[in-house]
Structure formats: structure tokens, C-alpha cells
Unconditional design. Structure first.
Length: 133
């Protein structure tokens, strides 16, 4: 379980630029699951509001629920300069530092200086737990 986390309002990513190379703008690249996370329950589904998200600070992972029962995990590190993305609202993830925006259902870069998507992590829902795979 995360030791520190933030629930992001219902109306509120290791990135390509930060950890990987060869990612094309607008297309989420493969993500490397942070060490020690694979196979762990990192959140409960009830912790993620529909239309919102939850940042797990310990691993810099953002989990969103863009539609009821649909969960996605992205790096919480903005590919622009590494700020933690924060608010998720109306299907958009916003970076508070310079205003980049990303799609909450895919991590796709929408606007702002980031120029690259949020890398997506694979997850599965096991009962009420969200497990990184
Ligand atoms: S660090 Fe996110 S937009 Fe600059």
C-alpha cells in the first residue's frame, strides 16, 4: 500500500522523455514499471473516483478511472521537465508547472510544452485491488 498519496478531484506517469527513447509525440510508449511494484496491489479501486485519478507518490504513478470500471496507470512525471502531474478533470490530466495536458484514458499528449505522452503502465484489477503487472 502506498505510504503517501493524493486523491485527485473527480473533475482531474517513467515518461518517454525521462526514461525511454524512441517515443513518438502523441503515442504513449512502453513504460518500465518502477522496481518493487510489479505484482503489488498499489491502490484500491474505491480510491479512484470516476473521471478522476490518484497519484501514488512513492512510485510516481498516476491511476485514472476515465469511465466506470476502466482503470489506467501512467507515469506521474511530466515528460516536459518532470513535474508531478496533478489535476484530472473532464478526461484531461494537467501538469501544474507549465500547463501541459494529457488524455486521462490514454496518456496522449494534448497540448502544452511536453510534446510527448505520459507512458502507460500495465495493470490488472484483482478483486478491489489495482495490481501492477
Ligand atoms: S513540467 Fe509539465 S508542463 Fe513543464
Amino acid at each position: 500500500m502506498p505510504t503517501r498519496r493524493h486523491v485527485i478531484g473527480a473533475t482531474a506517469a517513467v515518461a518517454c522523455g525521462a526514461a525511454l527513447t524512441g517515443c513518438a509525440a502523441g503515442e504513449p510508449g512502453p513504460a518500465i514499471v518502477p522496481p518493487g511494484v510489479k505484482g503489488k496491489v498499489i491502490a484500491q479501486t474505491a480510491d479512484i473516483p470516476v473521471g478522476g485519478g490518484l497519484v501514488i507518490d512513492k512510485w510516481k504513478i498516476l491511476i485514472t478511472q476515465p469511465a466506470a470500471g476502466v482503470f489506467k496507470a501512467f507515469t506521474a512525471s511530466c515528460p516536459h521537465r518532470g513535474c508531478a502531474v496533478g489535476r484530472v478533470a473532464n478526461g484531461i490530466i494537467r501538469c501544474p508547472c507549465h500547463g501541459s495536458e494529457f488524455a486521462a484514458d490514454s496518456g496522449k499528449w494534448l497540448k502544452g510544452p511536453a510534446g510527448a505522452p505520459l507512458a502507460e503502465f500495465a495493470l490488472k484489477v484483482d478483486g478491489s485491488g489495482i495490481v501492477m503487472v
